[in-house]
Design a protein around this ligand. Structure first.
Ligand SMILES: [Zn+2]
Ligand SMILES: [Zn+2]
Length: 334
């Protein structure tokens, strides 16, 4: 089978390798489509802290079960499935408590585990979700980013707040999906902080107000809920020191470990701070329900028109790198 490998920064090769072996509790999935994720662009550029070339990326994937070694999964050969990329160790305190997303030794398909930019991939059956009838394979590639959104909005739901509007910093894929989800399901007025002109245009095209600084947003003295998606300390600081500060602040961006956070300012303004880490299988299942409902048409707007072949993996990654407008680039593997 074919497998796309980032052999060194900015260089892909297609390798001809043996198909994966089928082990008990696993399925062999023939990959149909795979989305290109921002985290993988860091690998492509050789800048990812934990995953360096040679690497076989691909985790936003859907495909068809070809072989199955489990009788209890409720799945069958021929089923169209989405992949849950996160594999917990099942042994640490978090896994035992039901939080595989917080696992201390979590492994992710396409990073520590073989990726889906390959004809076939072996996946634990527990990490597969059968796609609903009316969710097309292409739409299924949005399940993984959608699960990030479902997860963080559920964390928000645990807090009682009175905000009527939301501020989202960063109009990338995740930011845009959060914005659409909040608008459609929570009735919140959504504003973006974004300075990249391409992303700004995309968010404005979807009907959102986009601003360069928090002071420019017409909040009229209202407290908001804020979603930090940039991982930028200056942006975070501007959120927590603005008055009136957000009532709830959900942090999705990846910040450097050593960064000193403005805890004093946050406490002074009684902001609820919530950290959001990836998702669980249940979040992907909820994402699947959404992508099978009429709501899916709202989210499809971020899919790009152009779909690349596995051989064009480099071109796909280059487009994802260059466009910076938050749309998804897809690779059709089979
Ligand atoms: Zn991803
Ligand atoms: Zn664990």
């Amino acid at each position: 089978m074919r497998k796309a490998v980032i052999v060194e920064p900015y260089r892909f090769e297609i390798h001809e390798v043996a198909s994966p072996d089928l082990q008990e509790g696993f399925a062999i999935v023939q990959v149909a489509y795979c989305g290109v994720c921002g985290s993988e662009l860091h690998v492509y550029e050789g800048k990812h802290p934990k995953c360096k070339p040679p690497a076989n990326p691909g985790h936003e994937a859907v495909g068809v079960i070809q072989q199955l070694a489990s009788k209890t999964s409720g799945l069958k050969v021929g089923d169209k499935v989405a992949i849950v990329p996160l594999v917990g160790c099942q042994e640490c305190e978090y896994c035992k408590l039901g939080y595989p997303n917080l696992c201390k030794d979590r492994k992710v398909v396409g990073f520590q585990l073989p990726g889906c930019l390959a004809d076939e991939v072996a996946i634990p059956v527990n990490n597969l979700i059968k796609l609903p009838e009316n969710c097309h394979l292409i739409e299924g590639t949005l399940l993984e980013p959608m699960a990030v959104v479902v997860h963080c909005v559920e964390l928000l739901d645990r807090v009682s707040h009175s905000a009527k509007s939301a501020v989202i910093t960063g109009a990338g894929t995740i930011g845009i999906l959060i914005g659409l989800f909040l608008k459609e399901t929570k009735g919140l007025k959504v504003y973006f902080l974004e300075i990249n002109p391409h992303r700004k245009k995309l968010a404005e095209g979807l009907g959102f107000g986009v601003y360069g600084k928090i002071e420019e947003i017409p909040l009229h003295g209202e407290r908001t809920v804020a979603f930090e998606c940039t991982g930028n300390k200056m942006v975070l600081d501007s959120l927590v020191t603005y008055d009136p500060a957000p009532e709830v602040l959900i942090i999705l961006g990846t910040f450097e470990k050593s960064l000193g956070l403005n805890i004093f300012e946050m406490c002074k303004r009684e902001t609820f701070i919530i950290g959001s880490q990836m998702y669980t299988k249940q979040d992907l299942e909820k994402a699947a329900e959404i992508m099978a409902s009429p709501l899916k048409d709202k989210f499809k707007s971020i899919l790009v028109e152009r779909i690349y072949s596995l051989e064009e993996s480099k071109e796909a990654f280059e487009e994802a790198l260059g466009s910076k407008n938050g749309t998804k680039v897809l690779i059709k593997v089979n």
